[in-house]
Write a protein that binds this ligand. Structure first.
Ligand SMILES: Cc1cc2nc3c(=O)[nH]c(=O)nc-3n(C[C@H](O)[C@H](O)[C@H](O)COP(=O)(O)OP(=O)(O)OC[C@H]3O[C@@H](n4cnc5c(N)ncnc54)[C@H](O)[C@@H]3O)c2cc1C
Ligand code: HEM
Length: 401
């Protein structure tokens, strides 16, 4: 809760700060990395910095949080903070890093807004920062405690025990602990961080959803090779490195499972909708449902460029076949006939003829335009907005647009 004296100040300055947030977060990262270049090299995703998506996600989150504070102060900010806390924990962020970030964020506010930032304004926004920071620190402490690890101690060596081509542009890697113990539990839908050392010495981290059920002795991730546009856009750094270098017997740095898109047990109906490589968390969920002999009604929707680009195509159909309450609907932009599946259609996902139970909980994963379209169609079919959950394979820009 904001203090009495800060509420009117934040209310009055929110339009100006909100309008400049993208410039403020840009200045923030510039200041942060000037002082601590190793954070850009070894902790932050440097491609997200180059494309500006991370500063948009940060701006979106700060704006949403500040708006909530002044407009609906009784509401808990969990929905805004949960995704960030999980991401932070998967990176091993610690409470002692927050003062550094706060100092540079406040410095950036002063730099961009200049004289408008009176001591009163600065104090009110510093309060916003620390309300957000403390809520994140507390949520992250709970996640570390829940995993039974010391704060920040999330990285473990994992050996690659199998590597399988799952589509024209995707490979799966099966991972086991190097100490021979069973892998840690996780919830279907969660992801791990993978940290690799690139040829220029930088250590870069990316997240990969666990694409098989939790109760196995190993974990599995499935990585799509991200190719850029020749000459104009570079290839994806970590996915290209993993495709070119990760072999059976290699040891990778992998962080503990995290993520708030997770399938709770129960018997309520489900909609699992994915596009492209967004199939990975859905596969973990389907594998879990099949291994627990679930009888839940499940509407499974997947969209892909073509059957050749549909990772784990046969496995997905086989898992759906093992679930008595599940039906599969597939859309391919081209070559749908190659799927040789009665549910395969040509075109983009269109739910017009589907009749999911309006009491369903939905989990969506794929590009934002796909998720926006599917969400709209599900709401039109009577699903409650609070029952539609989603995962974005990059900084979450849903809130910032
Ligand atoms: C929660 C979560 C779960 C995920 N699960 C999976 C998963 O299961 N499987 C999976 O394959 N991925 C998954 N991802 C995505 C994954 O983390 C990586 O983002 C992905 O592998 C690309 O990383 P990269 O290092 O190869 O590409 P990056 O180097 O990060 O580049 C990303 C994209 O930007 C392009 N690019 C590079 N530089 C520029 C530039 N200057 N301007 C414009 N574009 C540029 C690249 O060509 C590439 O397409 C997940 C992400 C999240 C957040
Ligand atoms: C109140 C303070 C903070 C806020 C509001 C905040 C907000 C965010 C947001 C919105 C994201 C993107 C989440 C997503 O959609 O994937 C993120 C990611 C991240 N945060 Fe924070 N954060 C804070 C503090 C910190 C601190 C103290 C650190 C440590 C240096 C840190 C390091 C990171 C890193 C490394 C990422 C991933 C970046 C990427 O993958 O591009 N954050 N944070």
């Amino acid at each position: 809760m904001l203090s009495e004296q800060s509420v009117p100040v934040v209310e009055a300055t929110l339009p100006a700060v909100g309008a400049s947030l993208n410039t403020i977060t840009e200045a923030f990262y510039r200041r942060l990395f000037e002082e601590r270049p190793e954070l850009l090299r070894d902790l932050f995703n440097r491609t997200n910095q180059a494309t500006g998506t991370q500063r948009q996600a940060l701006a979106g989150a700060v704006a949403a949080f500040a708006t909530l504070l002044v407009e609906r102060p009784a509401e808990r900010p969990d929905a805004i903070l949960s995704r960030i806390a999980h991401k932070h924990v998967s990176l091993g962020i610690t409470a002692d890093q927050y003062p550094l970030v706060g100092r540079h964020l406040m410095g950036a506010v002063g730099e961009v807004l200049g004289e408008a930032v009176t001591p009163e304004v600065a104090a009110a926004w510093e309060e916003v920062y620390w309300l957000m920071a403390n809520a994140l620190i507390a949520a992250e402490a709970r996640l570390y405690a829940g995993a039974g690890v010391a704060e920040g101690d999330v990285w473990r060596p994992m050996e690659v025990t199998a590597r399988t081509r799952e589509a024209d542009d995707a490979v799966s890697l099966v991972l086991r602990r190097t100490d021979g113990l069973p892998t840690r539990p996780f919830l279907p839908g969660q992801y791990v961080g993978v940290r690799v050392q690139l040829p220029d010495g930088a250590r870069q981290i990316r997240q990969y959803s666990l694409s098989a059920a939790p109760d196995r002795k190993t974990w599995r991730i499935t990585v799509k090779r991200e190719t850029g546009a020749e000459g104009a856009v570079p290839d994806g750094e970590v996915s290209t490195w993993l495709h070119d270098n990760a072999r059976v017997g290699d040891v990778l740095d992998v962080s503990l499972p995290a993520g708030d898109l997770a399938l709770p047990d129960g018997d309520s109906p489900l909609v699992l909708a994915s596009a492209g490589i967004g199939i990975t968390p859905v596969l973990g969920m389907l594998d879990h449902l099949a291994r627990t002999s679930s009888r839940r009604p499940v509407t499974v929707i997947h969209a892909a460029r073509s059957p050749r680009h549909h990772a784990h195509r046969e496995e997905q159909a086989e898992l759906v076949g093992r679930l008595p309450g599940a039906e599969l609907h597939l859309w391919y932009e081209q070559d749908a006939h190659e799927a040789a599946h009665p549910a395969a259609r040509t075109g983009r996902a269109d739910l017009a003829h589907l009749t999911p139970d309006p009491a369903s909980t939905a989990y969506l994963c794929g590009p934002l335009p796909f998720m926006r379209a599917v969400r709209g169609q599900l709401l039109a079919k009577g699903l409650h907005p609070s029952a539609v959950h989603y995962e974005v394979f990059g900084p979450d820009l849903w809130q910032s647009r």
